[in-house]
Design a protein around this ligand. Structure first.
Ligand code: SF4
Ligand code: SF4
Ligand code: SF4
Length: 252
């Protein structure tokens, strides 16, 4: 009999919200777990294994030990999936990278600032090859299920790349710009069914950028609708500090 795929979940630097979110899948998760051998999942079990078919990674890489550990996992897994904004894009953690590292250390650890080793917060793909990314802060549960099921059926998962605005328009929402708000939907990768604008909340860009974002046009829209250039840049950097690197001019 063919053995069931070995699946593992690992957490790095993040709030563990994506992993805890998975535990809320309840019935769906139980159906999937019948098809796999869950060999590592710190939030739910203690078992470990030498190798994996699918390793899901939550969190960004922000210490020397994170780098060592992700190389080890990459060596031992056939498919590696980055789960959630921290792992896929560096997420909110990467805000750290746009400040002098000594200031960051002092803010967090005060007089103990040199006690703990630290690095810029990186998405997993900055260090090892990532096969698929599931975006969002936290990651979207329906998207996680779709990707997981596709991988178990040896299919290529469908990873969305259209802007949030596309899904927002399909839901026939009134645009929040017409209600006096500003929104990052035009350059943010969809896949969340435009959940925030659908409930009257502007998009903060948690799913990262579409593949070919027009950053300058987005900045122009934000400033044309009342934000100062500085506030517009801050808005863009909230979830995109890694991809909008200093050469983009956004961190000056
Ligand atoms: S992506 Fe968001 S919810 Fe997931 S670990 Fe990072 S901060 Fe937490
Ligand atoms: S509310 Fe935001 S996501 Fe929706 S159409 Fe307007 S800009 Fe796009
Ligand atoms: S609408 Fe924007 S902030 Fe809200 S979940 Fe989607 S990408 Fe994230």
């Amino acid at each position: 009999m063919r053995s069931r795929p070995k699946v593992a979940f690992f957490d790095f630097t993040g709030c563990e919200g994506c992993q805890l979110n998975k535990l809320n899948l309840e019935d769906h998760l139980l159906d999937i777990l019948e098809q796999v051998d869950l060999v590592e999942f710190r939030e739910a079990m203690d078992e470990t294994a030498e190798s994996y078919d699918i390793a899901f990674i939550e969190g960004s890489l922000s210490t020397p030990s994170c780098i060592e550990r992700i190389h080890d996992i990459r060596r031992r897994t056939r498919i590696l999936v980055a789960l959630g904004a921290c792992a896929a894009t560096g997420g909110i953690n990467a805000l750290k990278n746009i400040h002098p590292i000594d200031d960051v250390r002092e803010t967090v650890y005060g007089s103990e600032k040199y006690r703990f080793p630290t690095l810029p917060a990186l998405p997993v793909s900055a260090v090892v090859q990532v096969d698929y990314e599931i975006n969002g802060c936290p990651m979207s549960l329906p998207e996680f299920l779709n990707v997981f099921k596709a991988l178990l059926m040896n299919k290529t998962p469908d990873i969305p790349d259209a802007a949030v605005c596309v899904e927002c328009k399909l839901r026939e929402n009134e645009c929040l710009y017409d209600r006096g708000m500003v929104c990052l939907g035009p350059i943010t990768r969809g896949g969340c069914e435009a959940i925030c604008p659908s409930f009257g909340q502007f998009c903060t860009g948690c799913r990262g950028l579409v593949s070919d974002p027009n950053r300058q046009a987005m900045l122009d829209i934000l400033t044309d609708h009342g934000l100062s250039l500085n506030d517009a840049k801050k808005r863009l950097l909230l979830f995109n500090s890694h991809s909008l690197n200093p050469s983009s001019g956004l961190t000056h």
